[in-house]
Ligand binder design. Structure first.
Ligand code: AMP
Length: 445
């Protein structure tokens, strides 16, 4: 009897202890990236109550969707207080670039909340191309040669374009929903793009300043690091496929699929990436007293075996997250807590040996105009793969399309080819009016 009562007490004690360690989490965003993060976070034994704002039809399987915009700081604040949030995880860049970190840290009611993401200043690595180019210059991080121009230096900009060898890359300085980069095949198109941005204010404030840079010819990959401001851990690398059409043709999209690992990112190449890019970036941020605890996304290009930075992002990528997170074997909540304590040096990151391949199912017409509200069928038939929702919503007990990118199907395999084969088999089970996906993700490998 005595032993039974002791055992009961022990179990009750353990449950209380476990509960005390659990963290309430609010994840911001509504895409495939957030669905993959929701899947991962919600499976952590350290995850307490879990909320997503605003989420999608898929995230509601892992937590509670809150009808709050991820840019509405006041509403996010209310939710954090109401739901006793311990960790805030902004998925997209907008709230980070707009300064959600500083908003929280300057408010005594919110200061204690762990934010997975940099300060407003740190988020400038993504929020301003001119800022990131200067940062790379100060820390000798390899990137394309460039100059920056505004309306005041318009004529100098045109002269610079005329002196450059096409193709010429024209970039709006600020955020432009992924549309702010033009790769002009000749000088005339380059001047046109430059004029549209700087003179006609194509992207408003975001294109008041423009970066004109050298075109780098190579193969791209994305590398992700989680940093606590001093140490970092490397997460699995990935490659995404941006063009709408097969054979990498047609307009750019948010991303039509992704793979991980990236075959050419071997040990020797990643050693260069760490030594020349990741370490100088983390050290540079610290040396400049830029508060940065969160994800650094390195958009890289390999030119003749040498890595160059194309861009930084201050958050996870989409659809890369849909392959990176499934290959990460560590508990993500534990990694976040180690990040908060500045103890990422104690962590050993484990990746799955298996490859992951994601195929994005999109709406007909995307990335141009497309219809929403199309009923989706076959979701329950997907078995043995991960189904991450992106642009979906529940309407009268029916999942309907609600965006350009609708669903990501991720599968594991012994290699990329086998993983993608499985994703394509599952993609055939899904139906909605206008459904389209690229059938050649991972084609080079
Ligand atoms: P970004 O927004 O800077 O990542 O640019 C969007 C895309 O444009 C990149 O993913 C590249 O495919 C391409 N790009 C940007 N800068 C360059 C460059 N200097 N050389 C070649 N391609 C580039």
């Amino acid at each position: 009897m005595k032993f039974v009562s002791f055992a009961k007490d022990y179990i009750v004690y353990k449950i209380h202890f476990q509960k005390a360690l659990m963290k309430n989490i609010l994840l911001l965003g509504s895409g495939g990236r957030e669905c993959a993060l929701a899947w991962k976070l919600s499976h952590s034994p350290l995850c307490g109550n879990f909320y997503i704002a605003p989420g999608n039809a898929g995230t509601s399987a892992y937590g509670i969707n809150l009808p709050i915009s991820y840019n509405d700081f006041e509403e996010i604040k209310k939710a954090c207080i109401n739901y006793k949030i311990d960790i805030l995880f902004p998925g997209p860049e907008d709230p980070l670039v707009a300064g959600i970190y500083d908003f929280f840290k300057n408010d005594p009611a919110l200061q204690h909340i762990v934010i997975v993401g940099p300060s407003k200043e740190g988020a400038q690595l993504e929020g301003s191309k001119a800022f990131s180019k200067k940062f790379m210059g100060r820390h000798n991080i390899p990137t394309a040669a460039y100059r920056e121009f505004t309306l005041d230096s318009f004529e100098q900009g045109v002269a610079y374009i005329k002196r450059s060898t096409p193709p010429i890359v024209i970039k709006a300085d600020g955020l432009a929903a992924g549309k702010g980069v033009v790769i002009a095949a000749n000088t005339i198109d380059a001047v046109k793009a430059f004029r549209a941005m700087v003179m006609d204010k194509q992207f408003g404030e975001s294109s008041k300043k423009v970066v004109i840079e050298q075109f780098l010819d190579g193969i791209e990959l994305s590398v992700f690091a989680l940093t606590d401001g001093t140490n970092y851990v490397l997460l699995p690398e990935a490659k995404d496929y941006k063009r709408i059409g097969e054979g990498d043709t047609g307009p750019n999209t948010g991303g039509m699929g992704a793979i991980s690992p990236v075959p050419f990112a071997d040990h020797a190449f990643m050693k260069k990436v760490k030594e020349r890019i990741i370490e100088p970036t983390v050290k540079g941020l610290k040396a400049e007293n830029i508060t940065y605890q969160g994800i650094i996304f390195f958009g890289l290009i390999k030119v003749n075996d040498e890595p160059y930075v194309i861009e930084y992002n201050c958050r996870f990528g989409d659809p890369e997250t849909e392959v990176v997170i499934p290959r990460l074997e560590n508990d993500l909540v534990e990694l976040i807590l180690k990040m908060d304590e500045g103890r990422l040096n104690e962590v050993k990151v484990q990746y799955s040996e298996k490859a992951a391949g994601a195929v994005m199912l999109v709406s007909g017409g995307y990335p141009g105009d497309y219809a929403k509200g199309k009923p989706i069928s076959g979701l329950e038939k997907v078995k043995g793969s991960l189904l991450f929702h992106a642009g979906t919503v529940n309407k009268d007990n029916q999942v309907v399309t609600n965006g350009g990118r609708v669903l990501a199907i991720t599968s594991y395999g012994a290699d990329i080819k086998h993983a993608l084969k499985k994703s394509y088999e599952q993609a055939e089970l899904i139906e909605y009016d206008g459904l389209y996906y690229r059938k050649d993700i991972g084609w080079e490998f």
